[in-house]
Design a protein around this ligand. Structure first.
Ligand SMILES: C[S@@+](CC[C@H](N)C(=O)[O-])C[C@H]1O[C@@H](n2cnc3c(N)ncnc32)[C@H](O)[C@@H]1O
Length: 289
């Protein structure tokens, strides 16, 4: 979605919101307007998340249940709807019955801001940005690393999507335009802090700084080279590339590994004028900072 279209949609949704709910105080109570995601857009959202039979899809503010029902019907997933409007929950239950997926779907009258949904493996949301921002800490710290979050149209402040996709809307609302955008994030594990790994040449000491899924890495290797690298987390997978800085010439490095609690196991590929080599490295957490 282009910037102009996005702001028109925010204005349209906010207009409905303020017309129906009235005040900033209500906004603080966490309500958002009922506008549906077009069916073909909902389908792309589920596909972008790679939804499959092992998933539990939680739609936050689920309206008439269409995303949860499509997850069960088209992807064999289980679905949970959290919706504050009891009338819409009733409609969703009837829709799920009619679609034959009542056994794989659950519909709860609930305020998403006061609910835990940490059992989700896919979270979907078509919510205004301020509401997504209020949820972003719950996404980062209460969802399991690797959980996919897909939004329709809107994003969160600061946390850049891992992927965005433009979708042509099959039956567009004249106020919302013929195209929309969907966004995907994968919840990163937390690696901020100091890490140590033994190697034949001595101990690697790395300090990792983390900004959502992005990491900056600096430190030293056992044989005295300085490490300067940057990369990203994809759930519990970590990858960063950079350089080992030494007086006699730099070495290119690329690390790939897997984070499991206080351990990172992986391998670093080193490439210098004298050739290439691969070194397995098993880091343990030295401290959190
Ligand atoms: C824009 S609609 C999206 C409906 C559906 N997810 C879709 O994409 O078609 C937002 C929905 O969020 C619900 N909602 C708003 N605030 C909520 C809250 N705090 N907790 C749960 N549901 C909420 C509204 O009732 C509305 O049905």
């Amino acid at each position: 979605m282009k910037r102009g279209q996005a702001s028109r949609l925010v204005a349209a949704l906010a207009g409905i919101w303020f017309a129906t709910q009235g005040s900033a105080q209500d906004e603080g109570a966490g309500r958002a307007p009922f506008v549906t995601t077009p069916t073909n857009v909902a389908e792309r959202m589920l596909a972008l998340a790679g939804t499959g039979p092992a998933d539990l899809v939680v739609d936050l503010g689920s309206g008439d249940g269409r995303i949860v029902i499509a997850a069960a019907l088209e992807h064999g997933a289980r679905g949970l709807e959290l919706e504050i409007d009891p009338g819409l929950v009733e409609v969703s239950r009837r829709n799920a019955q009619a679609a034959g997926v009542a056994d794989r779907t659950e519909f709860r009258v609930a305020d998403m801001l006061a609910s835990r949904f940490s059992e989700a493996s896919v979270v979907t949301a078509y919510l205004l940005p301020w509401l997504l921002d209020r949820l972003s800490n719950a996404f980062l710290y209460h969802l399991r690393p690797g959980t996919r979050i897909v939004t329709h149209a809107f994003t969160m402040t600061g946390w850049q999507p891992d992927r965005s996709e433009t979708v042509v809307v099959h039956a567009p609302d004249p106020k919302a335009g013929a195209e929309t955008t969907i966004h995907l994030w994968t919840v990163p594990t937390q690696v901020r802090g100091d890490w140590r790994a033994a190697s034949a040449a001595g101990e690697w000491r790395l300090r990792m700084r983390q900004n959502f899924q992005l990491v900056d890495v600096e430190g030293s290797t056992g044989d005295g080279a300085r490490v300067a690298a940057a990369g990203r987390l994809d759930g519990t997978r970590i990858a960063f590339t950079g350089r080992l800085l030494v007086a006699g010439g730099d070495t290119r490095m690329a690390f790939q590994g897997h984070v499991a609690g206080d351990a990172i196991e992986g391998k670093v590929e080193l490439e210098s004028a004298s050739g290439r080599r691969t070194l397995p490295l098993a880091f343990g957490r030295a401290s959190a900072s």
